[in-house]
Design a binder for this molecule. Sequence first.
Ligand SMILES: Cc1cc2nc3c(=O)[nH]c(=O)nc-3n(C[C@H](O)[C@H](O)[C@H](O)COP(=O)(O)OP(=O)(O)OC[C@H]3O[C@@H](n4cnc5c(N)ncnc54)[C@H](O)[C@@H]3O)c2cc1C
Length: 445
Amino acid sequence: MTDTAAANATDASPGGDPDLIVELKTWLGENWDPDLTVGEWWERLGTSGWGVPTWPVEHFGKGLSRSEGVRVQQTIAGFGALPAPGGLGLLLAGPTITVHGTDEQKQRYLRDIVTGQKSWCQLFSEPGAGSDLAGLQTRAVKDGEEWIVNGQKVWTSGGQVADLGMLIARTDPDQPKHAGITYFVIDMHQPGVQVVPLREMTGRALFNEVFLTDARVADDTVLGGLNNGWRVTNTTLMFERSGLGAGGGSSAVSLATPGTVQGDLDKPAGEFVRTGGRSGSSAGTMFGAGALGLAKLAKARGKGDDPSLRQRLMQLHSLGEVARFNTLRLKAAMQAGKDIPGLPNIAKLSMSEMVRQSRDIGLEIAGAYGTLHAYNTEDRAALDAAIDMPGLAGITESALFAQGPPIYGGTDQVQRNIIGERVLGLPKEPGFDKNTPFKELPKNG
Ligand SMILES: Cc1cc2nc3c(=O)[nH]c(=O)nc-3n(C[C@H](O)[C@H](O)[C@H](O)COP(=O)(O)OP(=O)(O)OC[C@H]3O[C@@H](n4cnc5c(N)ncnc54)[C@H](O)[C@@H]3O)c2cc1C
């Protein structure tokens, strides 16, 4: 155990079940070793149940509530150990497989997700199918015990480092557009899959175009049944929206990348804790410092007494707390076999609003410095040396990225449509495509 870890092991943790945190710290004291490789550490963490504590016990979890899960993540990070692997495997693929996968599929995929051995991407959006996702044109045609896939996906986050993809493709164009879709798991390492990165204004290349040319998927990778992909897709989107809206715990996201492509699995786990990882940046998380972090920055910049800024910080903090309570409410309802219609959509809308408010407050605190953005580690160091404002990189990074969250996981406008139609019972948008066979629908280009 390191000195810092030993000191942390005796910290009192406010709120919740103290025994849980004591048990976790004891486990960390016995198991965390910065000299383990990332792969070895995630193997220990993932199979212990502490990696995905909110998942059921039979699926590598501990069946804890979401708030307990956040405390577990924060405790792991606070202890000085490498947190569980992040990414879409844990956020989306795993939970979707838990709901729709066969026992054999759960055996095949879940362990590699919780131990970070495989990285996932989400192959949903296409150049002509984003908000209207059911209009997707990627085709999968049966060939013996396999399917041959042709088409193009876009905005595929993490596609460049993915081992596996959640792929939705049209398997029956004679059916109406929502009915003839199937959800597959595709191996990204094959000649028929070409991944082309797209660079964003943050300077990063988070997402990609993915070209599928005679790519192959096995029949036994179909998740949730043939032509039932729309239902499975909605499960993934539900997890995406409620996960995005949940907030919290983002400080505990691992800086090491899961999967075989990035090469982090073979590096010492301690490298990602001691140095802040490959990026070595002071950029903070993509969602910024949160209300408390921004309040600290405001004070440090001599703006802590500004009444308008204080008001807006309080508003941001309140929004965050309301979002947190709503997530707890939804989780409790779901555990009791009930639902709160529209809450995942509301959670996503509130996350978009918090991101926008954080952007505006952050830039106000930064003042003219907010026009300076460093695109790489060296430039960041130069900027840090030139001006006296720690945290600037986090503010500008979050401000540039703030345009993304209101779009991904379904745009804000689409969330409002869903709430209007499915929760408030307002008339549906006029359309003729619900019952028409997909192949008879007019298409662009
Ligand atoms: C950072 C980021 C990461 C992403 N990651 C992924 C990923 O990993 N995998 C993936 O599959 N996709 C991903 N996406 C894609 C994302 O899901 C789509 O961009 C989104 O669904 C919107 O689709 P679109 O871009 O085609 O816009 P469009 O659907 O063309 O929408 C354009 C505009 O029209 C509005 N609009 C469209 N239809 C309606 C309507 N019926 N009523 C009112 N307004 C409407 C929209 O709100 C929007 O303002 C990502 C996007 C971003 C920004």
